[in-house]
Structure formats: C-alpha cells, structure tokens
Ligand binder design. Structure first.
Ligand code: SF4
Length: 345
C-alpha cells in the first residue's frame, strides 16, 4: 500500500493516485530537503546525540525547537520518530522499526512515523506531534491518522495532537485537538472506507476514478502530473493535445529533447493555470461566489508582517553603521537560478 499517514487526508478525498499502477512523479524540492535536514537534526537532539548544526537559519530553527522540547519537560519525556503500521482490514496497529521511513515490509498496511510521541499507558492517554518546517496548518489529517495508529497500538482512550511549525523566530503550535475514542473510531472508519477503493478491492471488480478538487494541489498529490482528470483540464486549454499528454507527460525522462519539451509545456501549462485563476478572480462578484449548498468562494485577505530591508539599512546608517557593517550582516548563498538552454555552436 503506497499510502502513508502524511497522505491520509488526500487518500480520503481521492484514491486514484494511491493505486499501485498510478505513475508518481519524483519530487525533490529545496523545501523538502530543508525539512528533511531539520528533522534529522532535531531527531538527533532529542535522542541525545551531539550533532554538529550548520550556522544560519537552520541553527535558529533547531534551537527554537529544542527550547520548546526543554520547556515541555525535556527530551527524556518524549520519544522521537516512532513508526506504526495500521492494518485497515483488521483495524489494528503495531509499532514497527524502519530505516529512512521505508515501509515496504508492510505492503498491506498504512504506515506512518510520528515525530514526537508521549504516552501514559496507565491513564490510557497519548500525545502526537509533528514538526513542520513549512506551513503547519495543514497537518490535521496526518496528525489524526497518527493519533489513531497510536491509540490502536496501545489501546488508548484519548490522544492529543499538535502541529509544531518551526521557523528561525520560534515555534507556532497549530492544529491542536483532543481526540476521544469516538473521534478515533471515526478516523479509522473513514480510512477503511477509502481503502475499499484500493488495489485490493479493485482486484474484486471495484473501480476507482480520479476525484479532482482543491486537494489535488493543496495536499500535494504525487500523481498530479499523470492524472487523467488534470490531463483533461490541460487539454481543454488548447496548449497541449490530450494524446501528447498521455504519451509524453511521463515521469521517466526519455531523451534531452523530451526533457526540454516537458519544461516548455510545464511553463506553458503554469501560465495557462495562472490565466484561468486570474480570470476567476477578475470575474468574482462582490461578496464572492455562492454555491448551491451555501458554500462561499471569496477573495480572502490576511495581515502579514514584512521586514522592509531598505528602511532597515537606512536606519542602520542613520545610527552610524557603515556599508561594511551592513555587508557583514549579509549572508551569501548559492541557489539554483532556473534551468537554461544554451544552443550548440
Ligand atoms: S490530481 Fe487530484 S484527482 Fe488526480 S489523482 Fe491526484 S488527487 Fe486525485
């Protein structure tokens, strides 16, 4: 089963991507690398290892996370990186030992790893948390799934969950929830329902179709570039023929020309998607769109705090800082600057 707890929310909304034969596009973004590095460092800290931490933002993030752990009772109180395997047929779970979150030894189970676990077996209580180095507000489904796995493993009657969103300036606690036995049974039942559309049931003649919606993008569907529902939407833009999409939109790069074609098309499709989004926004009536069930689609706003670097530099200079002082506060990093094409001479 290719579904882990981190994709539980997507799985309950659409099961097409979770089929064994659904092609998955590999993803290796900078944000993912940064998240993995942070997890490795804070895990080593909680387990008591003396891991060297690079200077800069990462050091600030690990320090902020470590301070939270110490404030809540110290590293002895928590267990880190605890993996579970939940069998949807039996609705039962076990704690498992895995390396690098490789769950292939449990093909019939939904697996997941909790970053932080706390247990009081006598009282039947548990706690699960997950570090998020990006947006932590979307971790609710994953945390609820991990809470259910923890409860099923240890027979708990209540599990509290929290998402710990870490940045260099501190830890934001989000998605705080207390799940009792009824809530935990509900989570298991919802996942069992989704499981009925999985490969196991397909072998018995059930069909599974894509179910497109906001979750495709919001929940990072790993098959978004291969999905027939998305291909159908792209081909309606007129940018790419449907036949080209199924023939050439494949995760395996077949030639340098194929790589160039994929890049050109992905840029064109992105532009088309933004044009559609802009058109929807431009045509939005006062108060937004109201759907037949009363749901409202509207342009929201939020207050964000942004540091004005120019104002900060001017202030520093007014207070006596020299250009050399300001330069000494500048960190230079080398980062990818896009893929370029150079013609052969
Ligand atoms: S892109 Fe959307 S509809 Fe297609 S498989 Fe993913 S979640 Fe399902």
């Amino acid at each position: 089963m290719r579904v882990s707890a981190s994709k539980a929310g997507l799985y309950t909304r659409c099961q097409w991507w979770a089929r064994d034969d659904a092609p998955e596009w590999p993803s290796d973004s900078d944000a993912m690398k940064r998240g993995s590095e942070f997890h490795r460092l804070i895990d080593a800290h909680i387990k008591g290892g003396a891991t060297p931490i690079p200077d800069g933002e990462m050091a600030d993030m690990v320090a902020a996370a470590a301070a939270l752990v110490d404030y809540l009772g110290g590293r002895e109180m928590f267990r880190a990186e605890i993996a579970f395997a939940w069998d949807p047929m039996l609705d039962d779970a076990i704690e498992i030992q895995v390396v690098d979150r490789d769950y292939s030894a449990y093909p019939h189970c939904m697996c997941g790893t909790a970053d932080i676990v706390w247990l009081d077996l006598e009282a039947g209580l548990g706690f699960v948390s997950d570090w998020k180095s990006g947006d932590g507000s979307k971790a609710g489904d994953q945390l609820r799934c991990l809470a259910m796995m923890l409860a099923r493993t240890y027979g708990l009657s209540r599990v509290d969950v929290e998402s710990w969103e870490v940045s260099a300036s501190g830890v934001n606690i989000l998605c705080r929830e207390s799940l009792d036995e009824f809530a935990i049974d509900g989570i298991a039942a919802e996942l069992q329902q989704a499981f009925k559309a999985s490969d196991y049931y397909m072998e018995q003649g059930y069909e599974v179709h894509p179910n497109p919606g906001s979750h495709c993008a919001d929940m990072y569907c790993p098959a978004v570039a291969s999905c027939p529902a998305v291909h159908s939407a792209i081909s309606q833009t007129g940018l790419v023929q449907a036949s080209e999409l199924t023939r050439k939109f494949v995760p395996k790069i077949e030639s340098p020309e194929h790589a160039a074609w994929l890049l050109d098309m992905s840029r064109a499709v992105t532009k088309a998607a933004y044009a559609v989004k802009d058109a929807v926004t431009a045509a939005m009536p006062e108060g937004g769109y109201v759907m037949t069930d009363g749901t409202r689609l509207y342009q929201s706003t939020r207050n964000v705090q942004r540091l004005d670097v120019s104002a900060l530099k001017a202030l520093a200079k007014a207070r006596g800082a020299t250009d050399a002082d300001i330069e000494s506060c500048t960190r230079r990093v080398q980062e990818p600057a896009g893929i370029r094409m150079r013609k052969a001479k």
